[in-house]
Structures are given as C-alpha cells and as structure tokens.
Design a protein around this ligand. Sequence first.
Ligand SMILES: NC(=O)c1ccc[n+]([C@@H]2O[C@H](COP(=O)([O-])OP(=O)(O)OC[C@H]3O[C@@H](n4cnc5c(N)ncnc54)[C@H](OP(=O)(O)O)[C@@H]3O)[C@@H](O)[C@H]2O)c1
Length: 293
Amino acid sequence: MRILVTGSRGQLGYDVCRELQKRRIAYCAASSQDMDITKADSVRKKILAYRPEAVIHCAAYTAVDRAEDEPGLAFAVNEGGTKNIAESCKQTGAKMIYISTDYVFPGTGTQAYEADAPAGPLNVYGQSKLAGELAVKESLRRYFIVRTSWVFGVNGNNFVKTMLQLSETRGRVRVVDDQVGSPTYTVDLASLLCDMVQTEKYGVYHASNEGECSWAEFARAVYEIAGRPTVVEPVETEAYMRTKARRPKNSRLGRQSLIDAGFSRLPCWQDALLRYLQELNDCGTRRDGKNGN
Ligand SMILES: NC(=O)c1ccc[n+]([C@@H]2O[C@H](COP(=O)([O-])OP(=O)(O)OC[C@H]3O[C@@H](n4cnc5c(N)ncnc54)[C@H](OP(=O)(O)O)[C@@H]3O)[C@@H](O)[C@H]2O)c1
C-alpha cells in the first residue's frame, strides 16, 4: 500500500509517518513546503505523481484563537485545502482519512458526543474543520473522518509542553477546571489510523485516549509524573477566560462507532501521558548527548 501523509511536520503527521515506517508501509511525507494544500494545482500534481492508494490528511490550520482574527485563512486551509485533497483522491480513486476535532460540537451537557451527534461549533476553528468534513463527504464515498481531542505529540507545541515550561518559572499555575475531555497521544492515534487505512470500514469515528479529565486534572497529572512541585490552581472558564475563541465545556467523545467497527480502543490517557513524558525525556537526553553510550 502507498500512502500520502499531509502535515508531516506537525504533531500527528510526524507520528503517522513514523508508524508507517515502523510497519514498512510505503509512504510520501508532505509538508507545507512540498505541497501547499490551499493550491489545487499543487495538490493535484503531487497526488497524480505519487498515486497513493490512501491519503492520511493531518495538515490543518490549528491556531484556535488566531482563527477568530483570520477566518479566511482558517477556512482556506481546513475547508479549501481539504476539498482540494478530496477532489484529487476522487480523481485517482484513493481513499482518505480526514482528521477532525471535538470542537465541531457545542459542548453542552455532560454526555459524550457520539459520531452521529449534531454538530454546532462555538468558534471559527471548529466551523472551518466542520466545513472540511462536509467537503470530504461531498467529494468521496471511501472516506474516514476521525475526530480527536487535546492532542499531544513530540513534534510540536501542546498543553503538556506548555505546562512543563511554566513550571520552570512558576510555583503555581491557574488552569481551567470546567472543560472536560480526553487527551490524545499522537503515537496511539497514529497506530489506529494505520490500522484503519488498511480496511474498508469507512465512516465517522471518534478516537482519543480512554478516560476523561479537566485541563486542571491533566496539568496536575503532568506535574505528578514529571516530579514537578508546581501547584495547579483550578479556575472556572468564566473567571479566567482570556482567550479569543470560545471552547466547549464538554469535549467528551463517545467511541461507540469505533467499538462497533471492531477497532482497538486507545490506551487510557494516564498511561499515554506516562509514555509521552518518557519520550520527551529520551529526546532531551539524546539532544544533550547523555544517552549512556
Ligand atoms: N492539536 C490538537 O489539540 C487537536 C485537537 C483536535 C483535533 N486536531 C486535529 O488533528 C490534526 C493534527 O493536528 P496537529 O496538532 O498535529 O497539528 P499541527 O501540529 O499544528 O500540524 C499541522 C500541520 O499542518 C500543516 N499545514 C498548515 N497549513 C498548511 C498548508 N496550507 N498546506 C500544507 N500543510 C499545511 C503544517 O505544516 P508545516 O509545518 O509544514 O508548515 C503543520 O505541520 C489536525 O487536523 C487538527 O485539526 C488537533
């Protein structure tokens, strides 16, 4: 099987490429330099030249707050770019995995959102990602839409790295405690995507590490595992909210469609976090040249 991976320099794309390599599946890693997905011609050329049997589309505009000020760019990448890829997949007969987000939901109530729940994004980023989902559905029949949440991986910035950086200078941090969801380690999600892409079980799925927590609980777990003494002070969104974009309070994603299709569920988020911090530690050790050799 030949797979083209977009966003290969991002958190998830990087780990999808590593997983494909590990499984000895042929792939082409496309960064924004290789292929600007907002340019239909560039996308068509790349896909026609490589002729992948599948595209795992991890590239996206992911700056949630900035998107409020530049909706044109967010939609150009997340809707327009996705449409370009879907149309080229249609032309070449490739299947497509599109990565979407918990932010397509309004986050009311406390029940988990299953894959067929009505969407209702609260912010521009969520609207643009939802528009990307619709673009995929309009162009293709052989697609997977995989919504995930609270992503962390070694290749990029994320909440875990931010918390670790803050703990270098602060003894206390204030973190929102009334937004609940599930963290997702890119290594675990990449493994699922590589299983999924080899099947014909098309549809919409939710995939995040098992279990749930608030951001404050997540931060506390980071400090506990990393052995940092920083204290987490839980605050309510309304008391603290200085972000431009509104965020859903209930980001719980129900995994029923994943279970029904017979895919493996991801390990629990605490286990994922433990492995991630170990990986960060190993990367740091390698960079410092203290890897024991
Ligand atoms: N991060 C989260 O917490 C989160 C939560 C839910 C869902 N998701 C979804 O999960 C997926 C992966 O997220 P991530 O955290 O891995 O994202 P990320 O680290 O921000 O990486 C996104 C990648 O998209 C590429 N990109 C942006 N504009 C592009 C363009 N015009 N043409 C080609 N490539 C472009 C960038 O490429 P270059 O680096 O080459 O410029 C970047 O490496 C995305 O679909 C995202 O919406 C993420």
